[in-house]
Structure formats: C-alpha cells, structure tokens
Design a protein around this ligand. Sequence first.
Ligand code: IMP
Ligand code: MG
Length: 332
Amino acid sequence: MPCTVIAGAFWGDEGKGKIISYIALKDKLDVCVRTGSVNAAHTVWFGGKRYALHMVPAAFVYEKCRLLIGAGANVHVAKFLEEVEATSVKNRIGVDQQASIIEEKHSLQDKTSAHLKGLGTTGWGIGPAVEERVRRTAKLAKDISELQPYLTEVSTEANKAIDAGKKVLLEGTQGLMLSLFYGTYPYVTGRDTSASAICSEAGVGPTKVDNVLVVFKAFVTRVGAGPLRGELTKEEASERGWFETAAGTGRDRRSAPFDFELAKKAAMIHGATQAAVTKLDVLYPECKGARKHDALSKEAKQFISKIEEQTGVPVVLIGTGQDALDIIDRRK
Ligand code: IMP
Ligand code: MG
C-alpha cells in the first residue's frame, strides 16, 4: 500500500477474491478498482455467505471502501445492477464513463462462433465485445441510462486517492496464462491480464504502484480448452481433493500440480513484489484454518519456501480455508 495491484498467476480462479476481501477488511482499503469483465467470477465468503462476483469489486466486504470499475473494463449492465443490489453498495460504487458495454448480442456471437466455442470461452461475449470496442462502435457506460447515477472518472479518483496516501487496490481478473499477449494463445481471453494491463485499465501509471501481489493457488486449474502441463484425470483430481467446478459457468475445472516454471514466468511478467498462495489446506489438510506460519506442517512450510526460492518473491499471504479471515499474514 498505498497502491497495490492484485494479479493472477495461472488460468484464473487462484482465489483473488478471497485475498482481496481479506486485504479490504484487514487494511481498511479506501478504494478498489475492478478491471476486466463479466467472464470472471471472484468468489468471496463473507458473513457465512458466498458471493461469486462478476462485476462488483471483491473489496465490497469493507463497508467504507469506494468501489470502482475502470475505463478499460467491459460492463454488463444487468449483472452490474443485480450485484449492486445483492451487495447493497449503491451509494459507494462508480463506473468509468468510458468503460465499454458488453451486450446480449456479444454473448450470442460468442456462443454461436464455432471458433470461440472450440476455445472453450465462458460464453459471456468477451471476444466480440472487445472486437466491437476496437472497431469503435461499442456503447460506452455514459450512453446507458441505468448507469447515469454511477458515472465517474476512475483514473482521476484513483490517482487522487493515491496522491493523498490512501490505500488503493487494483483488482485484476483471470491469470497471466489467459493473457492475450503472454498466455497459451489462442486459448486465452480477449485482453491482456498482466499487472501492467490492470494498471492501464484502471488509469494508473506504473510509477504510482508500490506493490504487485501475484496470487498462486497451491495447485493449478483451468476451464476451457488449451494445454495444461501435468493434467490429472478427473478421478485423480477427486482423489486428491482438487476437483473444482467454475464459480461462473459451473463447468468442471481441469487440474494439475503446482507449476513452478509458470509461477516464475508469472512473477516476472507481473513484476511481482509479493505473492499469495491460496488453498494450502487442500494440499495439506493438517493446515486447515491455520492463522500463524508456525502452525503449518514441515511439508507445507517447505512448499512455501520452494515457491519463494523459485520465483524470488516472498509469500506474504497464505490461504488456509474458505473464509476471508482464514489466512496467514506475514506482511510487516
Ligand atoms: P473468454 O474470456 O470467455 O473469451 O474465454 C476464454 C478462455 O478464458 C476460456 O478458456 C475461459 O474458460 C477462460 N476464462 C475466462 N474468464 C475466466 C475466469 O474468470 N476464470 C477462469 N477462466 C476464465
Ligand atoms: Mg473465478
């Protein structure tokens, strides 16, 4: 802090929602800017309730946090309004006037394109919506009547907050391996997901960022098609307790062991200064609910050390359970 970027390392679903909700509560975040679009679902467990957020920033759990959606984002109006209602954040959320709109027709184009279907997209219409924006025919947030009460200039709000020494978090979506530039092309999403791109979508320059926190999960998952080194069968994944379904689309997630090489690449391209590892308790059940590093088993500690050695980035947050507060916090 004051300005931290949160970025995923693999194919999304690393648990960024949990990490962001924890930081929001613990650090009393002032501002959280969400980037990306509706294809990403950030899961947050709070007050015994589960939220899978497609539009509202995961920091909503801290009731004083100003919530923003950046100019680089694609806003799904109906989903946005629905989530604003469900999280009761009407009076503290803003959308950049230049954010573009993702519409039903984009979803239809996505679902009926044999090419996109073959890539295993989420079907929300990300590719077609981005295409339309690049063609410069997309609608912007300022063109939508329902969004009028929320319009703002996110870059100005975020930079002012940073300059005033407030705590600002830029919320990345998906992971580096889904980046249009650095991922497993063509099995990627329609945008760059690197930390630099997250800053760009929020309107915050690189000199304003103090911290880039890369989020790893203790094992790797991916939904949709494309390469996955060391992929397990569904049976093997279930045996290990790694089998998951997607928070957004409900599809089966494919899984594989932690990939140190990919972790290293993600840390490099994100320019990570810190790392978080989520779901350590899935790999090491004896660690469930641990809130102190000393409470971890020897094997779990060794795993964390190996990540630090291989990536050169300190692991400062370790997730040991689903609740926002099930975390080991090694930050100073
Ligand atoms: P699209 O982003 O819907 O175009 O899908 C492209 C690829 O990215 C597909 O493999 C999707 O499953 C994957 N993808 C998109 N968003 C997410 C996400 O939030 N989590 C995990 N995978 C995602
Ligand atoms: Mg997700």
